[in-house]
Design a protein around this ligand. Structure first.
Ligand code: SF4
Length: 331
């Protein structure tokens, strides 16, 4: 039996929105089309968020209601809740498949919903044109060319996961450790967006300023091939994207204050195409609370970063207004 209609319900942050754009592209590559009404769908994807209890509760009630209304619909839960044992126990009667986003393609095949002419075997090889290039890294799903939700602004994920384990946050458990996309793949994606006329490129990651991508190089020295690898960090990636020809602007979220280097602040202020905006989550202004949150910086460090950001923008873009935004947990 071939299931042909799908819908995706996305909760939470820009990263989930971006992931859903890739899921949509993948499903349409498999022969699915978007259901006009959710009740007509053969397949429902819930891309969940575990940051707020309200978002969590809404996901549970939407899934349970859908299951009551439609016994035949296949339901997949992905995103931040999908990996939690308590959630799986609670929702196992309503959900057909729980999968981490990075395993979406291979897990999806287990549901046997794919059109047999479009999927070859169980190894995750798909029709050419679907992926930006042959995937050789753990962020494989990020290589899917996404189905963007508008033609002006595009999210471009550059890394996923987090190594920080802030005490209040589920992300390291839900998405695993940090993995950065290869720089050339990110650059190819941005170039292709600019060719299509996109103007606003938003680089995404749980912690963009710890981006680090290995570049394998072969050099010929005195007729001998020598192999080594260099690491590209976020400031260099930003400079490379800034140098792409075209009229567009770049921004990035989210940054961790402990990884916000002077070099990154300087590059942000110097690059003409990078917006005069830095989002730097503070979370708390009290050092003891920051320690309990496992944030690994002090309020004094944060204030010094703000001073540095102000002075670099004033130096490199005099007279141009800039903004600094933040997140603070208040209860
Ligand atoms: S740095 Fe951000 S994503 Fe990582 S654990 Fe802390 S709050 Fe969560």
């Amino acid at each position: 039996m071939i299931y042909m209609k799908y819908f995706i319900k996305t909760f939470g942050c820009q990263m989930n929105t971006s992931d859903s754009e890739r899921i949509a592209a993948f499903l349409e590559q498999q022969g699915f089309s978007l259901a006009e009404k959710n009740k007509d769908a053969d397949l429902a994807i819930f891309n969940t968020c575990g940051i707020k209890q309200t978002a969590e509760n809404r996901a549970y009630s939407m899934i349970n209601n859908l299951r009551k209304e439609n016994k035949d619909v296949k339901i997949i839960m992905t995103g931040c809740l999908a990996n939690r044992a308590d959630v799986q126990k609670r929702m196992k009667k309503s959900v057909d498949l729980f999968t981490e986003i990075k395993n979406f393609q291979t897990s999806f095949e287990k549901l046997s919903l794919c059109h047999p002419e479009l999927v070859s075997g169980s190894s995750g090889t798909y029709k050419s044109g679907e992926m930006l290039k042959q995937v050789q890294h753990d962020t494989g799903y990020l290589s899917i060319i996404p189905k963007h939700t508008n033609n002006f602004q595009a999210y471009v994920p550059i890394m996923t996961g987090c190594n920080n384990f802030c005490s209040y946050c589920v992300v390291p458990h839900a998405r695993g450790r940090e993995i950065s996309r290869p720089a050339d793949e990110v650059i190819d994606e941005v170039k292709s967006l600019i060719k299509k006329g996109y103007k606003n490129v938003i680089l995404l990651g749980q912690n963009v300023n710890s981006y680090a991508s290995q570049v394998h190089k072969v050099r010929k020295v005195h007729q001998v091939h020598q192999e080594n690898s260099d690491t590209i960090y976020f400031p260099e990636l930003l400079k490379k994207i800034n140098s792409i020809t075209g009229k567009f602007w770049i921004s990035y979220v989210s940054s961790h204050p402990k990884d916000m280097s002077d070099e990154l602040i300087e590059v942000t202020a110097q690059c003409k195409k990078v917006c005069e905006w830095i989002h730097l989550p503070l979370q708390a202004g009290n050092d003891e609370v920051l320690r309990k949150m496992n944030r690994r910086y002090t309020h004094d460090h944060y204030l010094k970063l703000i001073q540095k950001i102000r002075s670099e923008f004033k130096k490199h873009k005099p007279g141009i207004p800039f903004s600094i935004s933040s997140d603070i947990i208040v209860g």
